[in-house]
Design a protein around this ligand. Structure first.
Ligand code: CO
Length: 205
């Protein structure tokens, strides 16, 4: 019975759509005609980090890109397409790079075990780890060390985004874009701002 497959998800969907309309009858007809989000979220694919839900945003309010370990690699066509669309067409005002503590991608990157294709994907994290090895080696607890690596990787991705030509050209045109680095804690549901915000070429140093 094909139509009965994953019925609970389809039931959830009907109930969700009905709830939205009961609170706000124009909800879907408004969204149908335009998408004007102010935020681009670049986060981890981890199922425990649902972008919109964490920051209390509705459909239509945030453009979302997720991949393993929330990376912004300058050669990745998927990420670059999302970034350019968000900057040039949607004209988002804020780009949020959001990592999370306990990230499996980050620990796999430095775990020394061969996993396959994902090892290539995670290579940028090994570079961050190498660049900050002195700071990281001084942290005695392994989980604390990995959490710090999560933060350092987010800060590196913020710089990647801010160094991108789409973003730099937008700044040169006078467009206002801030790139922020956040880390989310699965343990308590709270976000920490890493204070790594870049608002223009002058912040890049
Ligand atoms: Co993760």
């Amino acid at each position: 019975m094909r139509s009965g497959m994953l019925q609970h998800l389809k039931d959830n969907n009907r109930a969700w759509a009905a709830r939205k309309v009961s609170v706000d009858p124009g909800f879907f007809s408004r969204l149908e005609h335009q998408q004007a989000p102010e935020y681009l979220w670049i986060g981890c694919s981890d199922s425990r980090v649902p972008a919109n839900e964490i920051v209390g945003l509705d459909p239509g309010e945030m453009f979302v890109h997720r991949n393993v370990a929330n990376l912004a690699p300058p050669q990745d066509a998927n990420y670059l397409s999302v970034l350019q669309f968000a900057v040039d067409v949607l004209k988002v005002k804020h780009i949020l790079v959001v990592g999370h503590y306990g990230c499996g991608g980050v620990s796999a990157a430095v775990g020394g075990k061969r996993l396959g294709l994902v090892d290539h994907w995670l290579h940028p994290i090994r570079e961050v780890s190498h660049d900050h090895r002195h700071e990281l080696e001084a942290i005695p607890n392994q989980n604390d060390r990995l959490d710090r690596l999560c933060e350092l990787s987010v800060i590196r991705q913020v710089r990647n985004v801010a160094s991108d030509l789409f973003v730099q050209d937008a700044w040169a045109r006078g467009q206002s874009i801030q790139v922020h680095g956040w880390v989310y804690s699965i343990a308590d549901g709270l976000i920490t701002d890493l204070g790594a915000t870049i608002s223009g070429l002058e912040d890049l140093g």
